[in-house]
Design a protein around this ligand. Structure first.
Ligand code: GDP
Ligand code: IMO
Ligand code: MG
Length: 427
């Protein structure tokens, strides 16, 4: 049995989609376990580009079972659009399974996400406005509506009516905006129900059966450690558990069944949305990295904030997720730089801090302490073996291993499947 949890080790967009797609070739089952369509995972196969938001990146192989686990929040409209879009491109989606326990994103969740962001003004989180936070709020408030409820017309209508009483009151009285009619949502969602029904399954059962049969299962995380609701830069986080532990809860598997944790690390750092980012660059180097790295959001199209690699964050991610293998992506983006910096600690009120602080006030005052390494000034995009990498690139990789405390097992030097160097097998 080998099961691997693949997570983002920074603020998301590390290249999880590309690495999942690459590793999926050797997997039997690929599972999404948290988040929703706030995620945007870009995968390039041949000349074709796929942008996946909800469906696991394993879907591009005809023979993999792809599972949307109980921990995911599902916008049925987006899900069906994604299925249609894939089918139109010749991708077979009959191997998709959706947990009956997954919670639904409702139209009022999206509206509340929008008006709450507006109300926050300067203190906004910079959410994707996909209704993620409000959907998880309802789940934890025990008023959420699950896929299984959607398949039962009477139950769905009852829950919808109950929820709309409260949501419409909130929208009308607090936000002074229009609410929703039961009939409208009912008609829309019941039409989705019949289309989704064939995919609905007991996903935890399917995943555990595969594990017990000795199959390879890959858990594909969304977002990243620093966006985790417990371990991230709270409150500038998402509302789910992108850390490795989230896979157990969001897929219904026990911790004893996880054999490996792969942390996807981008060779520099990016962040989209608001919140602290100590190694952020505001100069032309930051703009150059954004340009070469094409750092614009897959989901919202927003320009991503860019900065140097932060080893304090990497060490922290390795700690909270138990990362034992790093997949280092976008190394090629740094090809033209004369020198490359790594943040090895923060200076806070004259002291050096090497553990990630949890107070936003402290973090805001942290000045990154950098170590400088010479660049390799060479095109890495056609490197296929470790031996093809210039010595300065190897030194950068070695330093990442030393500072983070985890081995680099995979190196990506471009967005294509072939632009991947495998140093150690995951499965
Ligand atoms: P995810 O959310 O973690 O899956 O990452 P995104 O897909 O949002 O962003 C990563 C972007 O970088 C995508 O457009 C990928 O095609 C691209 N990408 C992934 N790995 C590499 C790489 O090694 N080099 C380059 N140049 N691009 C990459
Ligand atoms: P992938 O899976 C990068 C960010 C948003 C915002 C915060 C909260 O592609 O790496 P939310 O809509 O989740 O309530 O927004 O989280 N965010 C992401 N940033 N990559 C993502 O996903 C993200 N998903 C959410 O920008 O700052
Ligand atoms: Mg993304």
């Amino acid at each position: 049995m080998t099961t691997a949890v693949l997570i983002g080790a920074q603020w998301g967009d590390e290249g999880k989609g590309k690495i999942t797609d690459y590793l999926a070739e050797q997997a039997d089952v690929v599972v999404r376990y948290q988040g929703g369509n706030n995620a945007g995972h870009t995968v390039i196969v041949g000349e074709e580009e796929f942008k996946l938001h909800l469906i696991p990146s394993g879907i591009l192989y005809a023979d993999k079972i792809c599972v949307i686990g109980n921990g995911v929040v599902v916008d049925p409209q987006v899900l069906l659009q994604e299925i249609e879009h894939l089918e139109a491109k010749g991708i077979n989606t009959s191997n998709l399974r959706i947990s009956s326990q997954a919670h639904l994103i409702m139209p009022y969740h999206k509206k509340i996400d929008e008006v709450e962001e507006e109300r926050r003004g300067a203190a906004k989180i910079g959410t994707t406005k996909r209704g993620i936070g409000p959907a998880y709020m309802d789940k934890f408030a025990r008023v959420g509506i699950r896929i299984i409820d959607l398949l039962d017309k009477e139950e769905f209508e009852k829950l919808l009516e109950r929820n709309l009483q409260e949501k419409n009151h909130l929208l009308n009285k607090v936000y002074q905006t229009e609410g929703f009619s039961t009939e409208e949502i009912l008609a829309e969602y019941l039409s989705y129900a019949e289309k989704i029904r064939p995919y609905v399954a007991d996903s935890s059962f399917i995943i555990n059966e595969a594990i017990n049969a000795g199959k390879h299962v890959l858990f594909e995380g969304a977002q990243g450690t620093l966006l985790d609701v417990d371990h991230g830069t709270y409150p500038y986080v998402t509302s789910s558990y992108p850390v490795a532990g989230g896979a157990c809860i969001g897929a219904g598997v026990g911790p004893t069944k996880i054999s490996k944790v792969v942390g996807v690390v981008k060779a520099y750092t990016s962040r989209v949305g608001e919140g602290p980012f100590p190694s952020e660059l505001f100069d032309e180097t930051g703009a150059l990295i954004r340009d070469i790295g094409k750092e614009y959001g897959t989901t919202t199209g927003r320009a991503r904030r860019c900065g140097w690699l932060d080893a304090v964050i990497l060490k922290y991610s390795v700690r909270v997720s138990g990362i034992d293998a790093i997949a280092l992506t976008k190394l090629d983006v740094l090809d033209t730089l004369d020198t490359i910096k790594i943040c090895t600690g923060y200076e806070y009120e004259g002291q050096k801090i090497t553990e990630f602080p949890h107070s936003l006030k402290v973090l805001a005052k942290c000045k990154p302490i950098y170590e400088e390494l010479p660049g390799w000034k060479q095109d890495l995009s056609s490197a296929r073996r470790y031996e093809d990498l210039p010595v300065n690139a190897r030194n950068y990789i070695k330093r990442i291993e030393e500072l983070s405390g985890a081995k680099v097992a995979i190196i990506a030097v471009g967005p294509k499947r072939t632009q991947t160097i495998m140093l150690e097998p995951i499965f």
